[in-house]
Design a protein. Structure first.
Length: 167
């Protein structure tokens, strides 16, 4: 596993105080990108011990506000968080388990999609979510109840898996 650059310096450069919860959340996101708070919480607790759910939400809000973390909100799913910021990439999400993975921009510069009408807006980003069924869920066999649900268009209510090999 690669290590984050000096996370304390990242926090300071973003104008944030260096705290153990912030360092632990950044480390957890490195281990489990595209995770929601319930997935991150045990990783953070394993690193620093007791921490409240609200504290993790507060840290993520501060990190996202400082541009160190990206919040992704697939329709019908919990908010997911990742460290990949500063580019205009997209995501693919499994309809069955909620696993998510990055999809690089089709053209490579922001925005990589041009709207047919801007209504006067200066567009600087396009956000696309591709939906499908990940290889793990597909390999679980035939037309299970989960697969029929996925094919009918139901969305998972929470992302319980990460992207490492989801797509």
């Amino acid at each position: 596993m690669t290590t984050l650059p000096d996370t304390a310096a990242l926090l300071r450069d973003a104008g944030l105080r260096v705290t153990r919860p912030r360092l632990a959340v950044l480390q957890a996101l490195q281990q489990a990108p595209h995770s929601d708070v319930p997935r991150l919480l045990p990783l953070v607790r394993a690193e620093i011990g007791t921490v409240s759910v609200q504290a993790v939400y507060d840290v993520l809000h501060a990190l996202a506000g400082a541009g160190l973390v990206r919040r992704v909100e697939p329709a019908g799913s919990s908010a997911l968080f990742e460290l990949r910021v500063g580019d205009n990439h997209h995501h693919i999400v499994c309809r069955v388990c909620g696993a998510a993975a990055d999809v690089d921009c089709a053209v490579g510069s922001a925005p990589c999609l041009d709207p047919s009408q801007t209504h006067g807006f200066l567009v600087d980003e396009a956000e696309v979510t591709f939906w499908g069924v990940c290889p793990t869920c597909r390999s679980e066999g035939g037309t299970t109840v989960r697969e029929r649900s996925a094919l009918s268009g139901d969305r998972p209510t929470s992302a319980s898996a990460t992207s490492e090999g989801a797509a």
